[in-house]
Design a protein around this ligand. Sequence first.
Ligand code: S3P
Length: 168
Amino acid sequence: MRNVILIGYMGCGKSSVGVKLSYRLKQPFMDTDKLIEKNAGKTIADIFDDEGEAFFRDLETQVIRDLMDEKHWYVISTGGGLPMREENRVMLKKLGKVIYLRVKPETVYERLKDDETRPLLRGDDPLGKITQMIAKRGPLYEEAADEIVDVDGLSFEQIIANIERCIR
Ligand code: S3P
């Protein structure tokens, strides 16, 4: 077994699925956003507000670089924008099996419409924004991924069963 890395757009279920998958695989769980918040001592939203997105993106790359030195295998949930940097995509591939949890914009909108923690979804027309971002990011998620698992309308159990089929 190797690291299992979950990538995909905000609200696709990377963290919820990742925690359950880590129990199933008996591999510890790690979440790049949580790690960044712990290291920085503040929330992602505050990092965006205080230091800006570019600074946050550098922190993401640093977290992935640090993971390259880890001696244990994890289930790793990544921030939705992390695979947008080519350098990060190359490192993710080296780290283990990369699974893209593919989600439709409408599903994301329903899940996140009252969420205040995602700075990139603030403002007017969040569904339009989500739709545009997914269209733009989709090809890069696909490029980064070893396997694609569609999540719309599926239960956690079904999603995990589909992931397990991919990583066997
Ligand atoms: C982002 C996704 C967020 C978080 C940050 C930026 C993105 O993580 O890293 O708000 O660019 O898609 P989740 O995908 O866990 O929401």
